[in-house]
Ligand binder design. Sequence first.
Ligand SMILES: NC(=O)c1ccc[n+]([C@@H]2O[C@H](COP(=O)([O-])OP(=O)(O)OC[C@H]3O[C@@H](n4cnc5c(N)ncnc54)[C@H](O)[C@@H]3O)[C@@H](O)[C@H]2O)c1
Length: 385
Amino acid sequence: MSPSAPLAGRRIRAAVIGTGAIARGSHLPALAQLAAEGETEVVAAVDIDAAAVEAFCTEGGIPHAYTDLERMLAEQRPDLVTICTPPTLHRAQSVAALRAGAWVWCEKPPVPTLADYDAVAAEEGTKGGPYASIVFQHRFGSGSRHVRRLLAEQALGRPLVAHCQTTWYRDAAYYAVPWRGRWHTEGGGPAMGHGIHQMDLLLDLLGPWSEVRAMAGRLVHDVETEDVSTALVRFENGAMATIVNSVLSPDEVSRIRIDCELATVELTHLYGHSNADWRVTPARDVPGDRAAAWQDFGADVPSSHLAQLRELVASMRAGERPRSSGADGRTSLELISALYKAAFTDVTVKRGEIGPGDPFYTALHGGAPGWAPAAAPAAAEEVSA
Ligand SMILES: NC(=O)c1ccc[n+]([C@@H]2O[C@H](COP(=O)([O-])OP(=O)(O)OC[C@H]3O[C@@H](n4cnc5c(N)ncnc54)[C@H](O)[C@@H]3O)[C@@H](O)[C@H]2O)c1
C-alpha cells in the first residue's frame, strides 16, 4: 500500500478495467464529462479481449490499451482504477490496484463474499488513501440526498414501516447464458445481482439494520441460485421493512416506500431516478407550509455514475475516505449474506454475526443443502472412495 501521488493542480489519471457494457455505457461517459471539466483524463484501458480494448481506446481517445492489468499498473501508475469486469474478478483486481497506489471504483456487486470484501479493505491505505469504493449510483443525485437529509434530521418524524422492491423480469434466454444463475460465476441470484441497488439505497436512507428473516425460492428458472426472495428486516431505529427481489415480475419496477410519523416517502423507477420519481405525502394534520418545504428537492441531479464519480473525485482531492467504501460500502453485502443465511437455514440473523468461521462469510450459499452447488464429479468420487 502506498498513498496516491498528490493531486493538487493536475488531472486525476484514470484507467478502466473491463471494456464491456457498463464501461462503455456509464464509466466512459462519466469520465469524459469530468475530463471536459478538467478533472480527469483516461490514460489506459485493460481487457483480456485485445480487439475489444483496442476498439474501446480508439472510440474513447484513450492512449494506451492493455490486456495485462499488472503491466498497465506498473507502466501507467494511474491514480484511479475503475473496475467493470465480472464480480469474481473484483477482489484480485481491486487488491492489485490498491497495491499499486491507485484508488478503486469497483462495479457492484462488490465481491462475491464478505471475506473477499474484508480482504480488499485490508489493502486500503490508512491515512489519505488509496481507498476502494463500490459503484452504488442510486445513492447519489438530488432525490436521495434530499430524502436522506429529511430522514437524518427526523423532519418527517420517526421512520416506522418500509417496503423495498426490485421486481424485474428476466426470461429463459437471459438465463441460457452459461455464467448466469450460478453461484461461482454470477455470485448470487436477484438478491445479489439485481436487488442490491434498492437494498443499498434503503440502508443508506434508514441506517443500520439489526435482524433479518427471509425466504428464497427457485420458482421458474433452472438455476443454482434463487430467482425470488423475500425478507423481513428490523432496523436499529425500530423501523420494520419488507424486501422483495424477483426476476419473475412481468410489470417491472424498482420501488422504495418509507412511512414516517409525519409523511410517506416513495421512490418509483426502474434503473435510475430523478426528482420526479420521488413523492412525499404528508400526514393529514401536517401544516401546509411545513409540508411544502419537504417538496423542495433542489436542482434536479439524476442518480448516475457521473453523480457518484463527481463525489469520488472530490474525496480523492481531499484525501478523504469516499462514501460507499469501507464499512459504508459493505452494508448491503452484509444484509444480502444475512438474507441468504436466514432463508437457507431458517433462522433469524443478527447484523454482525456473519464473520470468519461462519460458512456464509466465505460463500453466499453457505454450503446449505439444496442451495450449494453439487460437488464436482472428481471431488465427489474422492469422498465416496
Ligand atoms: N451499476 C450498474 O447499474 C450496473 C449495470 C450493469 C452491470 N453492472 C456490473 O458491471 C460489471 C460488468 O458488467 P457488464 O455488463 O459490463 O459485463 P460485460 O460482460 O459486458 O463486460 C465485462 C468485460 O470484462 C472483460 N474481462 C473479463 N475478464 C477480464 C479480465 N481478467 N481482465 C480484464 N477484463 C476482463 C470482458 O472481456 C468484458 O469486456 C458487473 O459486475 C455487473 O454487475 C453494473
